[in-house]
Ligand binder design. Structure first.
Ligand code: NAD
Length: 708
């Protein structure tokens, strides 16, 4: 951080962390800021102070979360003091003799956005990477350095509530629209524009009027406040389903803080922050942040490699997955050839890929510019040499090993020497598929999840002969598509489906023991899963589930109890949502899952001796088998690190982030307690017998996260 004076009466603080790609507000950076403010406070001829960053696309990425993580156990009064220190430091910007301006190019989030809010004015660059936001709720917190106090005073209470409780960023245009930024300009002109703004404000004196009014309570009527409280609370409850306390707390603090002056509101903010900081949910969500951060830096393989370029990809099989994968490539400027054995399917898949590639979230529909660009990036072709000419070929045909092998046999001889061949299979071992290949070292599993645009996880599966460089290239490629790739070793169900299967299997066991669909699904959703396992069956498709079940039963016969319920559903053509009937009926106007008495008749002949269940016992029954399978996966070396299990389950299945991941949750529960639970359910079946790894950790009071 440097202090300079481009003009006699204009000071500029330039943020530029020398060792990091991002500017972070660590303790030492805050101390530097304090030092510069000491210097500036002694000058009485200051017309203005401008805060700007020397890093392109980056104003400030927020507070130092590693410092946060190290203080999770700090007592409440320390947290209050930490917030108060930050608030008082930033508040000094509002007492300087000159106008303070934050000149923002790129990312300005968290503590960085708070710092900007303590300035008198903000101007933003028109750079498309410019984004301002308060993502603290995603970490189980809210802004604690005055963000909940300053933002409502600058952009109005309703706008601030939306930004802070939602945690989403806004772009330069939105920043100007809400009044958060005074103006937007090209990044190169930012400093000149800021100096100009200082001069204008000095003439008008407007900033002094705002300083004065922002120190007071917010002028809002009781009716307006009451309406805002009710509507915002309803939106938050719908989004958090009661699992995430931070947005509600933020709302409460902002509403109360509106009635008092700035100083009292800051005290309120700090005191309430201490109630969230260090909570189990805060710790779990911080863990998720560190999981993704670790993933961004993980190349997937030890060593350095020169990676083959991937500028083009061919997608074989234009079904649900093929179309989604094609769109993901186009979005990241990788040209695509899409093909299908069936011409109509190829055309339909290409159209779907273009629709997905042109979709704009902001517009909630197609963006014309994206659509035109996408059109130029996509070719639909049934010409083998054209298909085989790409740098990467991803097979996404039906889940049948013979058909997949035939595709490889046809295309492999036509491929370029350093081109990569991949399969999107969800169950078939990569090593088995590689058996007939001339160059198995270039073959790898790149397993996307459905729906491709929404699901962030990609499993990169190494076959026995897959080379390191191909693995590293697949990881880099998945990251380029904006995904979180985890490298796993080959095995039935790889990682995610292998862990999901025991959970789904247990749901059927519970059903056969007399638990209701509603109770089973509620047990899972109240644990935090996005949907219950029975609903998930209908979404995946019962036929697909039966097929996957066979693969798992063949691999792990000791812990799979065969039952005829799923085959009877297939027999009755109740294949799930896609057919309108499965466990539920979807034959209604909105195609929503509704209980179906006809299903009860199908279930009846399969019912066994009933057991008593409670919400808690149902949850143990569902999640213990998943956890035990995870301990086997660790022992077998399927994953490189236990943290990959957590990343995989959160981003591949929606395992609740507020639990920090499956293994993080297990560590919070403790191995001893988990072992006791296994013993409690041992009579249910051998699948509940504790694994050696769990026993070892229970005996040593160890944690999964400490395993090497
Ligand atoms: P899909 O049935 O929607 O599409 C498969 C397409 O492959 C069809 O259009 C079919 O005509 C085409 N095809 C069949 N034989 C072909 C051949 N020889 N050459 C070219 N095209 C051929 O299937 P999907 O759901 O997209 O699944 C595709 C693959 O992705 C499977 O291996 C599946 O296991 C895997 N997968 C599916 C999901 C999912 O949820 N659907 C998730 C992850 C992975």
């Amino acid at each position: 951080m440097q202090l300079s004076f481009p003009e006699d009466d204009i000071a500029v603080i330039t943020l530029d962390h020398p060792e990091k790609s991002a500017n972070i507000l660590s303790r030492s950076v805050l101390e530097e800021l304090e030092g510069h403010l000491n210097t500036l406070e002694s000058r009485d001829n200051l017309a203005g102070l401008i805060l700007i960053s020397a890093k392109p696309n980056m104003f400030i990425a927020g507070a130092d979360l590693r410092e946060f993580a190290a203080s999770l156990d700090a007592p409440d009064d320390e947290i209050v003091a930490m917030c108060r220190r930050g608030q008082s430091l930033f508040a000094r910007l509002t007492h300087l003799s000159g106008v303070t301006v934050a000149a923002i190019d790129g990312i300005c989030v968290g503590g960085g956005a708070e710092l900007a809010c303590w300035c008198d004015r903000r101007i933003v660059s028109t750079n498309e990477k410019t984004a301002i936001g308060f993502p603290e709720v995603k970490l189980g917190l809210f802004p604690g350095w005055g963000g909940t106090v300053r933002l409502p005073r600058i952009i109005g209470l309703a706008n601030a509530v939306e930004m802070i409780t939602g945690g989403e960023n806004i772009d330069a245009k939105e920043a100007c629209k809400t009044g958060l930024a005074s103006t937007a300009t090209a990044a190169d002109d930012l400093l000149a524009a800021a100096i100009n703004l200082v001069r204008l404000e000095q003439q008008s004196g407007d900033y002094l009027i705002d300083r004065d009014s922002w120190r007071k309570a917010i002028d809002i009527s009781e009716t307006e406040m009451g309406f805002l409280a009710i509507t915002a609370d309803a939106v938050i409850k719908q989004q958090t389903k009661g699992h995430y306390p931070a947005p509600e707390k933020a709302l409460e603090v902002m509403l109360q803080g509106a009635f008092v002056d700035e100083e009292a509101a800051c005290v309120l903010e700090a005191e309430n922050m201490a109630k969230l900081f260090g909570s189990p949910i805060n710790a779990a969500l911080l863990n998720v942040f560190f999981l993704t951060d670790r993933n961004k830096k993980d190349p997937g393989v030890e060593g350095e490699f020169e990676l083959p370029k991937i500028a083009s990809a061919s997608i074989i099989g234009a079904g649900i997955m093929g179309a989604g994968i094609a769109a993901g490539n186009i979005r990241r400027d990788i040209s695509v050839v899409i093909t299908d054995v069936n011409r109509d399917a190829m055309i339909k898949g290409a159209e779907s890929a273009l629709d997905q590639a042109a979709y704009s979230r902001a517009l909630k529909g197609p963006d014309v510019e994206l659509a035109v660009a996408a059109g130029a990036m996509l070719t639909a072709s049934q010409n083998d040499p054209e298909i085989a000419a790409s740098d990467l070929i991803i097979e996404a045909v039906v889940e049948n090993a013979d058909i997949k092998r035939q595709v490889f046999e046809r295309l492999e001889p036509l491929m370029n020497d350093d081109a990569i061949l991949a399969s999107n299979t969800s169950t078939i071992p990569i090593t088995t598929l590689a058996e007939s290949l001339a160059k198995p070292e270039r073959f790898i599993g790149i397993h996307f999840f459905n729906p491709v645009p929404r699901m962030k996880l990609v499993e990169v599966i190494r076959g026995e002969k897959t080379s390191d460089v191909v693995t590293a290239a697949a990881v880099a490629y998945a990251k380029r598509l904006g995904k979180h790739p985890i490298v796993v070793n080959d095995g039935p169900g790889f990682l995610v489906n292998r862990l999901l299967f025991p959970y789904l299997h247990e749901a059927i066991e519970l059903l056969l023991e007399g638990a209701s669909i509603k109770d089973i699904d509620r047990a899972a959703t109240s644990f935090g899963m996005p949907m219950g396992p029975i609903t998930l069956y209908d979404l995946v498709g019962i036929d697909t589930a039966v097929f996957a079940g066979k693969v798992m039963a063949a691999a792990f016969p000791d812990r799979v109890t065969e039952n005829d319920l799923l085959p009877s559903l297939v027999h009755a053509d109740r294949l799930g949502k896609k057919k309108g009937l499965g466990f539920f009926s979807y034959l209604n106007r909105k195609k929503k899952a509704q209980p179906d008495p006809d299903f009860d008749a199908i279930l009846k002949p399969h019912l066994r001796e009933p057991r008593e269940h409670t919400r808690e016992s149902l949850q143990w029954r569902l999640f213990l088998p998943m956890l035990l399978e995870a301990t086997r996966v660790i022992d077998e070396g399927i994953v490189r690190d236990v943290r990959d299990i957590d990343l995989g389950m959160i981003f591949g299945t929606g395992f609740p982030p507020f639990r920090g991941g499956l293994m993080f949750w297990a560590d919070q529960v403790g191995a001893k307690e988990l072992l006791a639970r296994c013993n409690e359910f041992a009579a249910v079946g051998d699948r509940f017998i504790a694994t050696p790894l769990l026993e070892k950790l229970a005996a040593s009071d160890g944690k999964f996260y400490d395993l090497k």
